[in-house]
Design a protein around this ligand. Structure first.
Ligand code: ATP
Length: 385
């Protein structure tokens, strides 16, 4: 059992100087991580999610010991890992490409991890391999060679191999991305089952926000080498701190505007580029600042006081039957999803996404509204220092 901590971890590839520059590339150096603080709790399924290049893999490689941080530290159960090579870190790793040894049988692949480590007390290596093949639902397949397995089966062998020496920490880097959608879903369910059965501290990397929400205890959303927000899936989805998180995680409608009147947690907001004023409720106020709810809430409050506001409304909260906060959307495209239709349109310059039961005509105009309570205020997208 292990708690993992990253404290002020920065990573720069290439270049020479010592300071952490603020621009993306400085000469031939790339700043991949900037002052990352993360705590992954004992037994937790923790996911790093973010767009390509945001630093997910670098974070994982730094945890594994393939990269040394340029600044900051990585600690397992409070012990600094500085200078500890990967093979002494007790981590199991699964990569996107299965990287099985093609000339070895499935059982030999799984047993490979035990060449350098003893099997858990009370078991022989053969018993351990058999147990793991059972765990990943591949009993009886030990004698096959990897090329006789499907992609999903190969990835389960890779998982079994990573787990064989009973590592303290399991690291998974986009392990499903080479699989088709259906396989991915079934492997995902197996992975969640195995992880909770073993209660192994797990860090999972994906660029797929839906996958992150579906499988994780907690999620860290990364952007440009920084952690933008950490929280349970519901928190990340329902209470994004920033515009970036609001837009990256699930569909969302983001509005910018000016507060024209304020009364406690309610406000009248004039939406930029429109003639429309909407009413919002449940706004962060003086309370949000003093209850220790964090810098971001306070940041949002500061923004509210300055008169500018940014808020989001989920597609599901926009409805043709709500008579408050109405506006007219011009339909651009519609995607039939089975249960629902996802409609993309525009209200003046504001892109709008909403859900309908039926496919609307392209170019048609729909009047939709939202309840004041369904707006969620986020930080303005200020340039971060
Ligand atoms: P992806 O989802 O595309 O795999 P990622 O979020 O995992 O992206 P990283 O692979 O961690 O991102 O890369 C972060 C940044 O560091 C990128 O700008 C990348 O180009 C750069 N980078 C990564 N590895 C190296 C390296 N070995 N040398 C130089 N730059 C690197």
């Amino acid at each position: 059992m292990t708690e993992l901590r990253l404290e002020g971890v920065s990573k720069r590839y290439g270049g020479s100087g010592d300071g952490m520059e603020t621009t993306e590339t400085v000469g031939d150096a790339t700043v991949a991580l900037r002052d990352v603080d993360l705590t992954v709790r004992d037994g937790e399924f923790f996911t790093l999610v973010g767009p390509s290049g945001c630093g997910k893999t670098t974070t994982l490689r730094t945890i594994a010991g393939f990269e040394e941080p340029t600044a900051g530290r990585v600690a397992f159960d409070g012990d600094s890992m500085a200078g500890v090579p990967p093979e002494e870190r007790d981590v199991g790793i699964v990569f996107q490409s299965y990287a099985l040894f093609p000339h070895m049988s499935v059982a030999e692949n799984v047993g490979y991890g035990l060449r350098f480590r003893d099997p858990p007390a009370g078991t022989t290596a053969d018993e351990r391999v058999a147990d793991l093949l059972e765990l990943v639902d591949l009993e009886g397949m030990g004698e096959r060679s990897p090329d006789q397995l499907s992609g999903g089966q190969q990835q389960r062998v890779a998982l079994a191999r990573a787990l064989a020496p009973e590592p303290d920490l399991l690291l998974l880097d986009e392990p499903m991305s080479a699989l088709d959608a259906q396989l991915r879903e079934s492997l995902r369910r197996q992975l969640v089952r195995i992880q909770s059965e073993l209660e192994i501290t797990t860090v999972y990397v994906t660029h797929d926000q839906a996958e992150a929400l579906a499988i994780s205890d907690r999620v860290a959303v990364m952007r440009d080498g920084r952690v933008e927000q950490v929280g349970r899936p519901q928190e990340i989805y329902r209470e994004p701190d920033t515009r970036f998180v609001a837009e990256f995680v699930g569909d969302n409608n983001v509005f910018d505007g000016e507060i024209v009147a304020r009364d406690g947690d309610r406000a009248q907001v004039s939406i930029d580029g429109t003639e429309t004023t909407v009413e919002l409720a449940g706004l962060p106020g003086a309370d949000a600042r003093s209850d220790g709810s964090g810098a971001t809430a306070a940041g949002a409050t500061d923004r509210l006081e300055s008169g500018r506001i940014c808020f989001c409304v989920r597609p599901g909260a926009l409805s043709r039957t709500i008579e408050q906060n109405q506006f007219v959307v011009t339909v651009e495209t519609a995607e039939f999803l089975g249960e629902q239709v996802r409609v993309h349109g525009r209200w003046n310059d504001v892109p709008i996404v909403l859900r309908l039961a039926d496919v609307p005509d392209e170019g048609s105009e729909l009047t939709v509204g939202f309840a004041p309570e369904d707006a969620h205020v986020v930080d303005l997208d200020v340039e971060r220092a």
